[in-house]
Design a protein around this ligand. Structure first.
Ligand SMILES: [Zn+2]
Length: 119
């Protein structure tokens, strides 16, 4: 479930990121410092949603990760996962960790020219 914040998200991207119980591709833990320096504080997300992601890892019976995901224009995102009982929050990123050193992402081929400055 989600709601539109700003521009329409790329429907192909939303399809790729899966559904309510799925981990999006490229899901990775980031540090508090990385989150502090992420798009979260600089750009409007194009899509925000909550998920209850189920681990498909062997032995992770019913292990569920509750998260809030912020998707950005460049098919990346950041997420917050909370641990209610411990009273803490963990930060994650998903999608490609773009590397535009050459003007085109060396990992996924996305062009840096797609940058949307209309916000
Ligand atoms: Zn990339």
């Amino acid at each position: 479930m989600g709601y539109q914040i700003n521009n329409m998200p790329d429907p192909e991207w939303l399809k790729l990121t899966g559904g309510y119980n799925d981990y999006p591709p490229g899901w990775r833990r980031i540090t508090t410092k990385q989150f502090a320096q992420s798009k979260f504080f600089s750009f409007n997300p194009v899509w925000v949603e909550t998920r209850q992601m189920l681990s498909k890892a062997p032995g992770a019976k019913g292990s569920m990760t509750p998260a809030i995901l912020h998707h950005y224009w460049d098919d990346t995102g950041v997420a917050m996962v909370h641990d209610y009982r411990k009273g803490t929050v963990y930060y994650y990123a998903f999608g490609c960790a773009h590397d535009y050193t050459t003007g085109k992402c060396s990992k996924c081929g996305r062009s840096a020219d797609n940058f949307d400055t209309s916000d």
